[in-house]
Structure formats: C-alpha cells, structure tokens
Design a protein around this ligand. Sequence first.
Ligand SMILES: [Zn+2]
Length: 364
Amino acid sequence: MQVKDITNIIEEFAPLSYQESYDNSGLIVGNANDQVTGVLISLDCVEEILEEAIATNCNMIVSHHPIVFSGLKRFNGNNYIERTVIKAIKNGIAIYAVHTNLDNVQNGVSFKIAEKIGVKNCRTLEPKKGLLSKIVTYCPVDKSEEVRQAMFDSGAGNIGNYDECSYNSEGIGTYKGKTGTNPYVGIIGQFHQEKEIKIETIVPNHKVNKVINSLIEAHPYEEVAYDVYQLANKHQNVGSGVIGELEVEEDEMDFLNRIKTDLKTDCIRFTNLKGKKIKRVAICGGSGSFLLNKAIAASADFFITGDFKYHQFFDADNQIIIADVGHYESEQFTSELIYEILNEKIPNFAVRLTAKNTNPLNYL
Ligand SMILES: [Zn+2]
C-alpha cells in the first residue's frame, strides 16, 4: 500500500477541487510513492498525534485540519506547527489533510453530525458555484449511444438525484479530410455532410479530462470535435452546511438536552428560545457563523455549529435559535467518517482512530 493508494480513496470521495481557496487539504508531508505501514486518523495533527503514530507503527496520519495552513519559512521548532512537521519528517511519517473538501462534499462532515443527532432528509445548505462544466460533442448517429454511455460511465450526466442526464439533437456535420487522413465516412479530399447527434451533458470539473478521454476513445472519428464550457450553475450536492428535518417535532429544551448528550459536549451556548416545537435543523461542522443567513432563509428552527462570537449571536434576531456546541465537539465524528471511507475500500489494512482528544479547550 502506497501513500497515493490511501489518498486516492479519500479524494474519490472528497475531491481536492472541492476545498475552499484558503485551505491546504492534500498531502502536506511525505511522498505519494512511499509505502504505508498503517494509517492513524485524527481531527487535528499535533505532536501528541505524531507520538501516537510512532507508538502504533503508523507512518501516515490523515487528519481533518491541516497542520500547515499558510507557508512555513523556517523549521526551527519554535512553535507546535514547526515541531510537528520536523517530527514527521524525522520519523518518516506522511501527513495528509482532508478538510473543507470533506466539509463540502455530500455525506461529508455536516451530514455525519446530522446522522448522529437524527436529522433526516439532509441537503446542502449553500451549494457551491464554479465546479461544473458542460461537454458538447458531435457524433455520427450510429455511434451516438456508445459515445454517450462512455461519457456517463466516466462521470458525466449527474444532476441532483438523476444520473445519465443529457440533451441530444440531430444536425448535419461537415468536413473534408486532407491527404493522409482516414475518415470514418466520406472520401479524402471531398466535402462531406454527415447526419450527427449533438450530445450535451454536464460534468464536474475534476472529471472533465477523464470524460474527454473516454469520449475520444469511444468516438469513431480521427479528429473528435468537442466543446467544454465552464458553467455558472451551483453544484446542488457540494457546498457548505446541511439542512434537514427531525422525524418527530421536539420541544426546544428537550432537543438541546438530547444534542448535548449525542454530541458529548459539556456546554452549549444558545440564543433565546421561542417556545415553539423544533422540526427543521441546519448544521455546519466547525466554524459556521457565515451560514447564519442561509439557515434563516431556509426556515431552519435551529442552527447547530461552533465558533460563534458574542455579537454574531444577536443576528439570530428571534428568527432562529443558534446553538454553538463547540468546534471540536461538532467535528468529533469526522475521524469516524474518514475511517469509514477507508475501511469500505481497504477493510483489512491497518487503519486506526486516534485514542487522543486534541480539543485545546477545557470547560469548568
Ligand atoms: Zn474544523
């Protein structure tokens, strides 16, 4: 097992292109071709996690939070980030982070929290733009089914809960092969008109190259005509936070007490209750205050997240109840999520969850 085998499994689930621009998800320390003895999963990658990895014979750490966010200029061991990186390099340990791409992907961090607290029917609260392209190609009628299927099979055609979506229209393609060509139909040097199908389908950006390769392979022409357009559409299944519903309405205090238990937290900071039953719940793992207006617009009764500041709580404005359960507490199940992603593909490989709690906060 090589480092890249592990990262490929994770990136198949949570593509790196889904991460936010400020993020540093990916392989931070180590080489993709290094052999892996074992993988240790944690929320944070700090020195004590490195020590645990050494003690448990794991030479790769997969964490949610990247230990390095911005560039490091010195490696003197003067802070915990430098010390962690130095220790990893000295001990031959690879460090990999799957951060906002795991937040943004369907069935990612916030979906996991929803599962733990019984919020059902979840969808993305703020779908993300800039992730989709349209591929258009032109294919002789007799091969159009084959070409269309090849594009679907390599990742094109998904819209929400529908696969194999495309639009097909008939038209006339024209060409004239120069000397040395071998046209599928028509004669070299003669203007040719061919009845063709124009196939239009949608593709996530990170799969565009794969789909084009499959298209070219399946297409009968020597020179395949295709166009790739960047779409301004939002990707319905990729973005920040989730919104869903409780199966049965709950009283506000009952709900708060229940999530306090489910999220194993010692403290929930929350805004004024409204004396109403709770049904619709918005969730964002980690620091979610930027999604408050989206949660209100989606008519959520509650918004569960972490890292709200004093003045931001006022923005609830009696329209929603903000419940700040703590950053670590909200993301504590992320390690379990990463474990499940790996375990599904490599159930017999040494993948372990950290035994340590890396929360830097204590409550009194
Ligand atoms: Zn976080």
